[in-house]
Design a protein around this ligand. Structure first.
Ligand SMILES: [Zn+2]
Length: 386
């Protein structure tokens, strides 16, 4: 994500913070600086940093469990509205989704328990005084305020995230738990509907109680639940198609020693976007039309294709689902994959083509049709006839 800086790398996962975090720091300084002067402002900023550390640990909880069950985590980004662990792919088993979703709030529960123990010890020994627990006391910079405030924040994080609505962790916990009993499709439909109902209730209550923040959270939750439903539909379409169904069999291939300029001339007016590059019988890389034009534009018309081709194209099996092809492309940061079967290379499959094919398939699916094999075969037949 643009405008973000890396803070640390833990277990191979980059933890980044977005530039807008400075706004949160300013808010903390403003909130506590009013009564406490510059000392108060510094204290407010410290609280915001600690809050975000709690959020980062929450996301790290999700990420470490995800890694342990074989889901790749690219990075964690801390935004003013909270943290996001960017994962490529999704857990294959409901139990794995359940564990990943629970791990985040569990971290906040552990932190809250630890801070609770510190508070009790503080009160017991007289280091803390009870005035920190009043709303006025919460604005005085002190160790007891810090611990109490952070304890409240972690309890709130745990409870809020366990609301059974997407995009909160509770929505995922509910879906994973239900799908062990009634299957993924039904569980996901139920969880996203419940999320929408809860969002409307939350938003409605917020409006009636004159709490705009709560109303805004309602809108945010409603959008999250709707997005999850859309993502599910796309997933079921993508997992119903295989690379072999939509593979692009390029009519033109290039030879490793060809000059870029000659290739560019030949390409004019050709619809093909990606060209396999062969050395003898063997496929050694892929060259895109855009890359050819860029090389020509930079004055490289005399360069041989194999000097500028992409020779790190990810390989997928013809029997892979489109969902897994897109995951492979995303985690490799590539636009096109090489499709192979037991006899060698079959063709290419680009991200844009895979998505286009899936959206056509979706448009052709009649409402209520499941991703059954018979239905899939019928739709692929229909696609072939177009
Ligand atoms: Zn979470």
């Amino acid at each position: 994500m643009k405008w973000s800086a890396r803070l640390a790398t833990i277990a191979g996962i980059d933890i980044k913070v977005h530039a807008t975090f400075l706004l949160v720091l300013a808010l903390g300084a403003y909130e506590w600086g009013g009564s406490g002067g510059w000392q108060g402002a510094a204290f407010g900023m410290l609280l915001m940093v600690l809050l975000f550390a709690s959020v980062a640990l929450h996301e790290l909880g999700h990420s470490l469990v995800a890694k342990a069950v074989g889901v790749r985590v690219r990075e964690i980004i801390l935004l003013p509205i909270g943290g996001v662990a960017m994962m490529t792919g999704r857990p294959k088993k409901a139990l794995h989704e359940l564990l990943i979703a629970l791990a985040g709030p569990a971290v906040n529960v552990v932190l809250a328990l630890g801070l609770g123990a510190v508070s009790i010890a503080g009160l017991w020994t007289g280091v803390f005084d009870m005035s920190a627990l009043t709303s006025k006391g919460m604005l005085d910079p002190s160790l007891s305020t810090l611990v109490t405030w952070l304890l409240t924040a972690n309890v709130t994080l745990a409870i809020f995230n366990m609301l059974p609505a997407f995009p909160m962790d509770g929505g995922r916990v509910l879906r994973a738990g239900l799908s062990m009993m009634v299957g993924y499709e039904t569980a996901s439909r139920f969880a996203s509907r419940l999320g929408q109902v809860l969002a409307i209730a939350l938003g409605g209550y917020g409006l009636m109680a004159g709490n705009p923040m709560l109303a805004l959270i309602g809108v945010f939750v409603f959008l999250g639940a709707s997005q999850e439903r859309a993502a599910d539909t796309i997933r079921s379409v993508l997992s119903g198609l295989h690379a072999a169904d939509v593979v692009e069999r390029p009519s033109v291939t290039l030879t490793a020693w060809q000059r870029v300029g000659d290739v560019a001339r030949m390409m004019i007016g050709m619809p093909q976007r990606y060209y396999p590059v062969l050395r003898g019988e063997q496929l050694v890389g892929v060259m895109s039309r855009d890359a050819i034009m860029a090389v020509v534009g930079a004055g490289g018309a005399d360069i041989a294709i194999d000097q500028v081709m992409d020779d790190k194209v990810p390989t997928v099996q013809a029997s892979d689902t489109l969902e897994s092809v897109l995951e492979t492309l995303a985690s490799a940061g590539a636009r096109v994959a090489l499709v192979v079967d037991e006899n060698g290379w079959v063709g290419l499959l680009s991200q844009s083509h895979a998505i286009q094919a899936a959206s056509m398939l979706h448009a052709l699916q009649r409402p209520g049709d499941g991703p059954s094999d018979a239905n899939r075969a019928r739709i692929i037949e229909a696609l072939r006839r177009i």
